[in-house]
Design a protein around this ligand. Structure first.
Ligand SMILES: [Cu+2]
Length: 126
């Protein structure tokens, strides 16, 4: 019973330690994550150099590198492509729903970590 009393708080702290571990940035902010829809304008490169240029809808809750919620208007911009993303979904002209993770200590800061195809007739506010 006493072993559990010691172990349990440690187990509860573990996810916090993991969340603050990566990055090596000046502050231990958690990675921000956004869901955003858009249209693929261009895609290329492999591995760390892989980029997708997306015309994306507004991201109203987007936080800048100081953690201020400034939002992001609809625009066209390049994103990194995470290793687990299905590249077939990110074909030029496709409409997509993305999960984008932001880590300001990394280049590129904005990385697509999930991509799902939307029907071609999806109306986007771009
Ligand atoms: Cu943008």
């Amino acid at each position: 019973m006493s072993a559990l009393r010691i172990l349990l708080p440690l187990l509860l702290l573990l996810p916090v330690a993991v969340a603050c571990g990566g990055g090596g940035g000046e502050k231990a902010a958690a990675t921000d994550k956004y869901e955003v829809r858009g249209e693929v304008k261009d895609v290329g490169g492999e591995g760390d150099a892989a980029r997708a240029t997306i015309a994306h809808e507004e991201i109203p809750t987007f936080k800048d590198r100081k953690g201020r919620e400034v939002g992001m208007k609809p625009m066209q911009m390049a994103f990194g492509i995470g290793s687990g993303v299905d590249r077939a979904v990110l074909a030029k002209g496709n409409k997509v729903e993305l999960v984008v993770e932001v880590d300001w200590s990394r280049e590129p800061a904005l990385m697509i970590t999930s991509a799902k195809a939307l029907p071609a007739d999806t109306a986007l506010k771009l």
